[in-house]
Design a protein around this ligand. Structure first.
Ligand SMILES: NC(=O)c1ccc[n+]([C@@H]2O[C@H](COP(=O)([O-])OP(=O)(O)OC[C@H]3O[C@@H](n4cnc5c(N)ncnc54)[C@H](OP(=O)(O)O)[C@@H]3O)[C@@H](O)[C@H]2O)c1
Length: 280
């Protein structure tokens, strides 16, 4: 998780609003607050569900309202954190309160920037973000894409904010279907790998709890080594495969089973599905 940077792009009293106070909004707000980049008193969230608002207020110290328009009026940056099917009605509702100074950040999966821009006043700054579920444990992988009116400093600001909940990389909208196929859907592939590895452990005599813990920590540790060492994953794999050893014997089985091709196919299938859904 990133800590507060000295050359921060984030104004000290920046006001952030969340329309929708569900899981993603809570995760993002927690990240902003715990890293100290946004004060809880400068965050306002709206939601029809009072339980969500109570959590925001009681656990995070955030201001709450039932009015989406109030969120827009009082915020420099507004995060659209509602389900994709609610985005259009929300945009129609808040559009009269959106002005050019405000930054609108959408995390709604599959809603193109153009669709959002069309429903807001001309020149509105819109940034689309594709985060993933590990945002809930402050370990998200996010890619963000700027809309037409967005300036570099806006993209830098949102990138810095997203780094409070994991890694974040600026990109362009044409990458987002593939991002969905890799990191958006990727947690499901990793959960399945953890489950299958633990099945292997159980088959060979380990208790289930221990097997799941070992499998999960092994993926976490391997991922940390890739991110922190800067080494290519193939090199790290080679370093674990000693000649005539156990790991290379297992690698042979994985190759025979089409392990790599399955993962490539999975990312391709999810990307094509995201593209198809985006067009419909
Ligand atoms: N969860 C993830 O891992 C993930 C990953 C990538 C992207 N996303 C995107 O993030 C967005 C939010 O996902 P989430 O998992 O946080 O959903 P969520 O937990 O269901 O939160 C959405 C919240 O918005 C509220 N809401 C519904 N209509 C509203 C309205 N008109 N005005 C204000 N709030 C309204 C919902 O209330 P009700 O429940 O009462 O309807 C709910 O509390 C989605 O668009 C999703 O595609 C999520």
């Amino acid at each position: 998780m990133a800590s507060k940077q000295t050359n921060s792009k984030i104004p000290p009293d920046m006001a952030v609003g969340f329309i929708g106070a569900g899981r993603m909004a809570q995760a993002m707000a927690r990240g902003f607050i715990t890293t100290g980049v946004i004060k809880p008193g400068n965050i306002l969230a709206s939601d029809p569900d009072q339980r969500m608002l109570n959590f925001m207020q009681n656990d995070l110290g955030i201001n709450i309202t039932h009015s989406n328009r109030e969120v827009v009026e009082k915020s420099d940056m507004v995060v659209l954190a509602v389900k994709p099917n609610v985005v259009s009605p929300v945009l129609q509702e808040v559009s009269p309160t959106v002005s050019k100074e405000k930054l609108v950040v959408s995390i709604a999966a599959g809603i193109p920037i153009g669709t959002i821009e069309k429903q807001l006043p001309d020149g509105t700054k819109v940034i689309r973000v594709m985060p993933n579920t590990p945002a809930l444990v402050q370990a998200a992988a996010s890619v963000l894409a700027p809309g037409q009116a967005v300036e570099d400093c806006d993209t830098e600001l949102v990138t810095e904010l997203l780094r409070c909940i994991g890694i974040a990389e600026p990109g362009s909208e044409k990458l987002l279907d593939a991002v969905t196929g890799l990191s958006g859907s990727g947690p499901a592939y990793a959960f399945t790998a953890i489950e299958a590895l633990s099945d292997g452990g159980v088959k060979m005599g380990l208790p289930r709890d221990l097997a799941i813990k070992l499998a999960a920590q092994t993926l976490l540790g391997a991922a940390k080594m890739v991110l922190e060492s800067g080494k290519h994953p193939g090199q790290l794999k080679d370093e674990v495969c000693s000649p005539g050893g156990t790991t290379i014997a297992a690698m042979h089985k994985l190759e025979r089973g089409g392990f790599r091709a399955s993962l490539i196919d999975a990312v391709e299938a999810a990307t094509l599905k995201a593209k198809e859904l985006g067009q419909s």
